[in-house]
Design a protein around this ligand. Structure first.
Ligand SMILES: *Cc1c(COP(=O)(O)O)cnc(C)c1O
Length: 456
């Protein structure tokens, strides 16, 4: 029994659940998707909040440029390139045996964000900076008028060393929070789930971050982190499941993307829709980015989340409306996937509730598909990203090759505009993966192509 109902009852109510439980790939269109003007009324966060986060990151930019020299060229702004990937498009069309007519297929390379090489360098670093600023303001050590590069100083490092930051993570959030917190001088502890890769733990320990390892999944790591921070005012817990600051840090991406698209002469308007495919774990990263994109492009942008077939937590949460009250294990799904960044069995309620009327849909991807896409991306575009980061790659084909996808295009009034569309695959991580590990990923993809035909 799950929330008082048998699995059979759940399946009757939500026929797609049978496919989900069988870990088949599915494409779910969100029946609660609404026009922007209606949907946005129900959300308390606004564009002003995102702009304030953007301003805060600009204030910190001189400091970031100083302590992370790799960001100097960009003036301490942590941002990633967006590029056209025509060779990848052509190769995927052959693999899927489906031509896609569109104006642009783009790759957003958050895999190559400086400092921590994943989308977590947005939200994670933002939240640590915000917390440092709050503390420094509270004790009169810093004011809004100051040049924040003064933070690169032993007086501040000593001050922050009296405070702790704690987080639970499958790996990449831990990297971002750990690296940033240690740089400022905080004591920082990362609670790592069993999915977390050894090299991430080693890297953090080399930066004097305390790493605690668990044999269980992400939810347990978060729970332990939360417990550690409980009842200690000097101990700040970064709550990946509920944090508004993480969310806003991610959302800033949209303001920057708007300018990047302008530079690339990519048009988004009534006749030129934009489709964005975002890998989803607990939901904060893709949720924040999608929220920002909706603020800017409103009804002209269509956001889809992508999850592994073995970790469809946001899908089950949104489809049933139960959000964090259900987890994939309740339905007999094991939450075991090589997409470690997406290995989350229970979704964020905050994200599910915030995004429920703004999100176009969610689809699932098999791990083998992620590996295949990884090797194709490497072969065609010479870009190496981690398995999680490829979940967005098949999105465009899912849209065009499923009944649900075709129906969405019709229902949204897009059939005569779809050929003018741009599609963005949001690549969420990979730049810091050690070469030997990346070679293994790549080889897995290559082997899958040679050992069998792509079984769609
Ligand atoms: C964390 C992560 C995601 C998803 O972000 P959530 O906030 O957990 O939904 C996607 N890709 C990679 C590589 C990640 O590390």
């Amino acid at each position: 029994m799950i929330l008082g109902k048998s699995i059979e009852r759940w399946q009757q109510e939500y026929p797609l659940l049978t496919e989900i439980i069988n870990t088949n790939e599915v494409f779910w269109i969100n029946p609660q998707y609404q026009a922007y003007n209606d949907a946005i009324l129900k959300i308390s966060l606004t564009e002003a909040d995102v702009k304030a986060a953007d301003e805060r990151l600009k204030k910190f930019a001189p400091y970031i440029a100083k302590v992370f020299p790799e960001t100097k060229e960009q003036g301490g702004i942590i941002e990633s390139p967006i590029i056209r990937i025509p060779r990848m498009k052509k190769q995927m069309e052959e693999i899927f045996n489906q031509e896609v007519i569109c104006e642009n297929l783009l790759l957003k390379c958050d895999s190559h964000l400086p400092i921590s090489g994943s989308i977590k360098a947005r939200g994670g670093i933002y939240e640590v900076l915000k917390h440092a600023e709050d503390l420094a303001f509270e004790f009169g050590m810093l004011s809004r008028e100051d040049d924040y590069s003064v933070l690169d100083n032993d007086i501040f490092r000593n001050f922050f060393s009296h405070y702790s930051i704690v987080v639970g993570s499958t790996g990449n959030l831990g990297l971002s929070i750990g690296i940033m917190s240690a740089k400022l001088g905080f004591n920082v502890t990362v609670h790592m789930s069993a999915d977390a890769k050894q090299w991430k733990k080693d890297l953090l320990r080399s930066k004097r971050v305390t790493v605690i390892e668990y044999q269980s999944d992400y939810s347990k790591a978060v729970e332990e982190g939360r417990r550690q921070a409980d009842n200690d005012p000097k101990n700040y817990f970064i709550d990946d499941e509920n944090s508004m600051n993480l969310f806003l840090g991610y959302a800033v991406a949209a303001l920057r993307l708007k300018e990047q698209l302008k530079d690339l002469k990519v048009v988004v308007n009534k006749d030129h829709p934009l489709f964005v495919y975002l890998p989803c774990g607990v939901g904060g990263g893709p949720g924040g980015v999608a929220f920002g994109l909706k603020l800017i492009f409103k009804d002209y942008v269509h956001c889809f989340f992508a999850e592994p077939t073995h970790s469809p937590s946001m899908l089950i949460g949104c489809m049933t409306g139960e959000h964090d009250k259900v987890c994939v294990q309740d339905f007999g799904i094991d939450n075991i996937t090589d997409a470690d960044g997406l290995a989350v069995g229970r979704p964020s309620r905050f994200i599910g509730k915030t995004m429920i009327n703004l999100l176009s849909g969610i689809y699932t991807v098999k791990d083998n598909m992620l590996y295949r896409m990884l090797s194709v991306m490497a072969d065609t575009e010479k870009i190496f990203v981690e398995p999680s980061a490829l979940a967005g790659a098949p999105g465009m084909f899912n849209l065009f090759m499923t009944n649900a996808g075709n129906k969405y295009v019709i229902d949204q009034g897009l059939p005569d505009k779809i050929q003018n569309a741009s599609h963005i695959i949001w690549a969420t991580g990979g730049n810091m993966v050690p070469q030997s590990e990346m070679s293994n990923y790549y080889q897995k993809g290559v082997d899958l192509f040679s050992s069998s035909k792509l079984n769609l």
